[in-house]
Design a protein around this ligand. Sequence first.
Ligand code: DGY
Length: 322
Amino acid sequence: MTTSARIVVTGKIPEAGLEILRTAGELWAWDSSEPIPLPVRNEQLADAEVAVTLLTDRVDDAFLDAAPRLRLVANVAVGYNNIDVAACDRRGVIVTNTPGVLTDATADLAMALVLMSTRRLGEGERLIRSGTPWQWGMFMMLGVGLQGRQLGIVGMGAIGEALARRARAFGMTVVYNNRRAAAPEIEADLGARLVDLPELLATSDVVSLNCPYSESTHHLIDADALALMKPSAVLVNTARGPIVDEAALVSALRSGQIAGAALDVFEREPEVDPGLVELDNVVLIPHLGSATIETRSAMAALAARNVVEVLAGREPISRVTL
Ligand code: DGY
């Protein structure tokens, strides 16, 4: 059902989403990979009832002030730390996100980072590209195998579970830390055991962060947490940058307190701490967790379906609640 509601898309999204949005209301979409200039965004938001946003949009009071008729913010991401949900709530603006559709892509990337860091693949790639002469050697760039090693998953949501399944296929054992224990059948299926965070950090060979970012997870991995980790352990972050105190991580990597890190997200994204860039035992990826053609299309389509539901006066498929 097409309505006369004005829908503003603040960044370039796949056609799979736009196609649905065109059937839902009067669509205006920013069509460039460059960020939308603020004056253009605010002009478009002035009479918008729906804003379809990306994780690079900060939806705060200033954004909401520019959009006095807004009823819905449909974020094209599962994470919604870019949105002040309380501010939206105070103004009666519904917020939705895109859970589920990016689980496999993100878990695949996390597993790739586990392999990249434990097998030193970034270092190997850089060696060849640098033109440095090399020859096969019995002791050249030795990594560690995953079989029998322990993966500690911080945050056992859908992505954590999907990563646990992948890790088990590689012969890893799994422990996890979460606010709530997983259902016994899921624990049994994953062979995963709930432990407290200090135990997870102290006993895991690979620590993977898969929890949402919020005030309570800000700098969850700080100098004290890093000090608990084994000197042979690596840290993988595909969740959100500010969960890790990046300055403390640089010190821990420099001093050999931990063996390595593989990061898809950064504390001051897109800025990357120069201390990380100069270290060889760090894999750095530009926030590619959900970056497959299929997944990005599915994310855009789910965000658009949320718009359709809200404009039809129904409950959205994936509403964010406070
Ligand atoms: C999300 O959806 O939150 C991801 O970080 C996007 O890749």
